[in-house]
Ligand binder design. Structure first.
Ligand code: FE2
Ligand code: FE2
Length: 279
């Protein structure tokens, strides 16, 4: 069987396969079993999985990219169907998260962290397995763990904060991690929101895997929040890398998606609800 990745939750919908929402989730089918990367914000994961005939009860493991609600919001719904399952994440996934946004000229604070207590999720069957380092979670499947920040142009989003020990600080996103599938056609890298910086993540993966060939990079890139100069630096770095296909989603934004399409041509695609990647 081919490895197949289907986007279950995403901001946009390409075909009549479900509904869109602000969030991301990908269903992964491999010879050794099925897996779920992120869970969207909660409304669409179950109905979309039913329309697309992806059985959430069949998943062997769940991976969480970070603690924002738009990646963890569907976790309780998935657990209600699945019951006992390992949920791999960084322990900071449970931090309180806040976004400071401008709406109608006014500054507003929004809670954007995980909506559930660890104990509630455990009562539904979650067995949390925390990692901070790069690890192989299943044969050929790796999680990046904490990603070293090395580029000068990938700055954290200044509007995002987290709360730790009663203190609110700019969010460092130590929990931001991505999933790697090591296939015979090259690496497939699935990003949640890439809060660590897309280029930082790719460099970390190259370093840890000792491989440079990417079959596909897929998911949320957060490029929308960089300045035009920073975006061009990221694109310059991407063009130097060995990337066969690039499929962006979610927090990439139209400006960055159009620029990537210009640069990557046929090797670019938009990963919306119902998009399928076969490797
Ligand atoms: Fe996100
Ligand atoms: Fe995020």
């Amino acid at each position: 069987m081919k490895t197949r990745i289907t986007i279950l939750c995403e901001n946009l919908v390409g075909r009549l396969v479900g509904s869109g929402e602000h969030g991301f989730s990908a269903f992964i089918e491999m010879d050794q079993g099925n897996y779920l990367f992120d869970t969207g914000s909660g409304r669409s994961i179950v109905p979309n999985s039913l329309t697309m005939n992806k059985d959430l009860k069949s998943i062997k493991k769940i991976f969480l990219s970070h603690g924002h609600y738009d990646h963890t919001g569907g976790l309780s719904e998935v657990l209600k169907l699945k019951g006992k399952v390992d949920v791999h994440a960084h322990h900071h996934v449970f931090l309180d998260r806040i976004a400071v946004l401008k709406e109608d000229g006014k500054e507003i604070k929004r809670f954007i962290g995980i909506r559930y207590k660890k104990r509630y999720l455990e009562s539904l069957g979650a067995n949390f397995v925390f990692n901070t380092d790069f690890i192989e979670v299943e044969k050929g499947l790796f999680l990046t763990g904490e990603v070293p920040r090395q580029t000068t142009f990938e700055k954290p989003d200044p509007r995002l904060f987290s709360e730790m020990d009663g203190r609110t600080t700019h969010d460092l996103f130590l929990d931001d991690q991505s999933l790697i599938l090591d296939t015979d056609k090259g690496l497939v890298l699935i990003l949640g929101c890439a809060h660590s910086g897309m280029i930082n993540i790719i460099n970390h993966v190259i370093n840890k895997m000792g491989k440079e060939k990417f079959h596909t990079i897929l998911g949320g890139t957060h490029l929308d929040f960089l300045t035009p100069e920073q975006l061009e630096e990221s694109i310059k770095s991407l063009k130097k890398m060995e990337i066969e296909k690039i499929g962006v989603s979610h927090c990439t934004g139209m400006r960055a998606a159009f620029r990537l399409h210009q640069e990557f041509g046929d090797r670019f695609f938009y990963g919306c609800v119902g998009s399928v990647l076969e490797v």
